[in-house]
Design a protein around this ligand. Structure first.
Ligand SMILES: [Zn+2]
Length: 457
């Protein structure tokens, strides 16, 4: 090779120049954040799958049922003991732990800049005869993320904070997403006088949790205090498991509307009233139930509609039902779609009324707005999964979540991991340890990505 040839020298010079440019870029990327630049690119896990499994198994001992799973109702002795365990884990991870007047447990890890807090976590209360993954995965996953940050001595710009919300399931006091509802300012002192079956009030229980209920409103998180809220959760539906996709990017939490409907006919003798002279409220309601299903199925999408029960009166074997009560519930990510479906359903009810000679009236019961997840959080979840080589799919959450409440005060994102056969709120609830670890590692990476991307001037 003739090194002195002018063309070759020119090529070499260009090569050296481009090498230098690359080297400068490389050094610059390190200066910006050494551990981060390395960690996000590599598929190597930072969370410790076995350590995470260990804490989930230990948590499952609190309220364990003989048939498997747990009963760990919010505001119970079992919940109290589990909260002790989780608080200790947070302290061991070096977090600065505090409990707010609504009983929410927070664990703070300082950031290097004066920025709003990046909050993540879930709940550890369960339903009656619940499973070991709903809420637990997101709670233990969040603490594992902190341990992984500590292991890598990673400094974040934002303060990061783990939260365990109080009484998400609402089996006690019939009030779900209680802690997050108070934090978001949607629930206030009006809840304190609610009584449970033992005659204890919510205020009594908050006192048992070491709180002064008269300070309840101090649990409100002001707008702007949070850079965002992230929740890792099991899907509680079959989409991820069925399609063998490890990570779900939640588009939002569906809204719902409920009505109580009463079909009024005329109660009369079942033996002597001819078929063409009847005003059978139960027969009419039966048509209406099927009409709800037909209307909801007529449109493409993931919307759902349910009639949960029918109550016929007088309810005797030899009397034509004169009155039948039934609820209608519609859920979707798009509130306008819910309204559109309800209009069609009402038209169908009118048609039934004419055909069956009855009168059906519906009154609104519940109205919960859909909560959209933040687009920047969705992108971060997709990027984090991609860096691990994990496939994702966008999907709504059909179940109510704490994140729905927090969406009122901060940008919110949710990561779903598969539920085997879509089963949840059951001792049969199951998510593989690999899927649990995937979810926690995605959460770890999303926290770092958002820490890097948010609040840049
Ligand atoms: Zn849950």
């Amino acid at each position: 090779m003739s090194a002195g040839h002018p063309a070759t020298t020119f090529r070499n010079a260009r090569r050296i120049a481009s090498f230098l440019a690359l080297a400068i870029l490389w050094v610059a990327s390190f200066a910006a954040g050494p551990s981060r630049a390395q960690s996000i690119g590599s598929p190597k896990f930072h969370v410790d799958s076995q350590r995470l499994q260990g804490t989930l198994e230990k948590l499952s001992e609190f309220g364990r049922n003989p048939e498997g799973g747990v009963t760990r109702i919010g505001f119970s002795e079992t919940d109290l003991a589990a909260r002790e365990y989780v608080s200790d884990l947070m302290k061991q991870a070096g977090l600065q732990v505090r409990v707010d007047p609504a009983g929410n447990i927070f664990g703070l890890r300082a950031g290097s800049e004066k920025l709003p807090i990046l909050l993540f976590g879930s709940h550890i209360d369960s339903v009656l005869h619940g499973g070991n993954f709903d809420g637990d995965v997101g709670s233990m996953g969040a603490i594992e993320v902190i341990r992984a940050l500590n292991d890598g001595t990673v400094k974040t710009r934002h303060p990061v904070e783990v939260v365990i919300w109080t009484n998400e399931e609402g089996n006690h006091f019939g009030l779900g997403t209680l802690g997050s509802g108070v934090a978001a300012g949607l629930l206030g002192p009006e809840i304190l006088d609610r009584k449970d079956e033992q005659g204890l009030t919510m205020a009594d229980w908050l006192r048992r949790y070491g709180q002064d209920p008269s300070n309840l409103t101090e649990a409100r998180i002001p707008k702007g205090a949070l850079a965002g809220f992230l929740e890792l959760h099991i899907e509680q539906g079959p989409n991820l498991d069925e399609n063998k996709i490890p990570i779900g990017v939640v588009q939002g939490i569906v809204g719902l509307k409920r009505w109580k409907c009463v079909a009024t006919g005329f109660a009369n003798h079942a033996g002597t009233t001819p078929m063409n002279r009847r005003k059978d409220a139960l027969a009419a309601a039966s048509k209406d139930v099927l009409a709800v299903r037909e209307v909801v199925r007529a449109e493409a999408g993931r919307q759902v509609g349910t009639v949960g029960y029918m109550r016929a009166e007088p309810g005797a074997v030899n009397v034509i039902p004169g009155r039948t009560e039934f609820p209608v519930e519609l859920r979707d990510l798009d509130a306008a779609k819910i309204d559109r479906m309800w209009e069609r359903i009402q038209e169908r009810f009118k048609q039934t009324d004419k055909e069956e000679n009855v009168d059906t009236r519906c009154t609104p019961l519940d109205d919960v707005d859909p909560a959209r997840t933040d687009p920047a959080m969705q992108t971060a979840i997709r990027d984090a999964a991609k860096s691990l080589g994990l496939a994702t799919v966008d999907l709504p959450s059909g179940a109510v979540q704490d994140a729905q409440q927090i969406a009122k005060i901060a940008p919110m994102g949710m990561i779903f991991v598969p539920s085997r056969d879509g089963i949840s709120h059951s001792p049969k609830e199951f998510t593989s340890w690999q899927d649990v670890a995937n979810g926690a590692e995605v959460l770890y990476r999303v926290v770092l990505l958002l820490d890097d991307r948010l609040n840049r001037n």
